[in-house]
Design a protein around this ligand. Structure first.
Ligand code: MN
Length: 251
């Protein structure tokens, strides 16, 4: 099995090294990731400029794993990585420093890496872990859980796109969860630049009041949440309703 690894925190993030260390036990593994941080880049693609693909040394090299840095987005890295390496089976994205729960999937570059794999007809899994202002996730402690999750997900080829989030402390187990859609975790904070001019920061604020069985609730309760996602964004209920109204109108 060929495993391509990407992220949105940049190729020198400790999270990508941790993921590659675990993945390399499951198959032939290669890292192709952005040369700088691309968090919140979502699914953007560099269609108006050329990309470079350069071999690089990780701060902590992973045995048997080559690493390539790309001056592009996570989605660029997956497209380029899969075109320059034949027969990739699955793309793993992360481990992101920070959660990608609920509606954050819309702006997440981590998830976009996995999503681009699915668009190419491959499988994709995104991994994210909580971080505080001062502390990174404990990647060493997460590694056995990444392994457990991979073992169970790889067995089910029907799972094309899965969003995995780790809780803040030692997990109590893994659970399947739906995407929380109740809140969006971003807001705009006004401030002043050194010259006194108004500036605005987009920032993440904690989301509260998650639905039962949602990804957010699962990690709040100390579980690893696993959410299968699909590419079809069609609101089938409303589509059927709109069609039936149309039939009445044109009857
Ligand atoms: Mn990130």
């Amino acid at each position: 099995m060929r495993i391509l690894i990407t992220n949105d925190d940049g190729i020198y993030s400790p999270g990508i090294a941790a993921l590659a260390q675990v993945a390399s036990r499951f198959g032939e593994t290669r890292i192709v990731a952005p040369d700088v941080e691309m968090s919140s880049a979502s699914h953007s693609m560099s269609s108006n400029r050329p990309l470079s693909y350069k071999t690089t040394r990780l701060p902590v090299p992973v045995e048997g794993v080559q690493a390539f840095r790309v001056n592009g987005t996570p989605a660029d890295c997956v497209t380029l990585g899969c075109s320059l390496w034949d027969k990739v089976d699955i793309v793993l994205s992360g481990i992101n420093i920070g959660m990608n729960l609920g509606n954050a999937v819309w702006h997440s570059g981590t998830l976009a890496g996995a999503k681009q794999a699915t668009l190419l007809g491959l499988r994709g899994i995104a991994f994210s872990a909580p971080a505080t202002e001062t502390e990174q996730p404990d990647f060493e402690a997460l590694k056995p859980w990444v392994s457990t999750v991979l073992e169970s997900l790889l067995e089910v080829p029907e799972l094309k796109l899965v969003n995995v989030n780790f809780p803040a402390r030692a997990p109590r187990g893994t659970v399947w969860a739906c995407q929380s859609v109740r809140h969006y975790d971003g807001k705009v904070v006004a401030a002043k630049d050194p010259a006194g001019r108004p500036i605005y920061w987009y920032t993440v604020v904690p989301i509260e009041g998650a639905e039962d069985a949602s990804d957010l609730r699962a990690v709040q309760q100390g579980f690893v949440s696993m959410t299968p996602l699909r590419l079809d964004l069609t609101d089938h209920e409303q589509l059927a309703r709109a069609k039936s109204l149309e039939q009445i109108r044109f009857a």
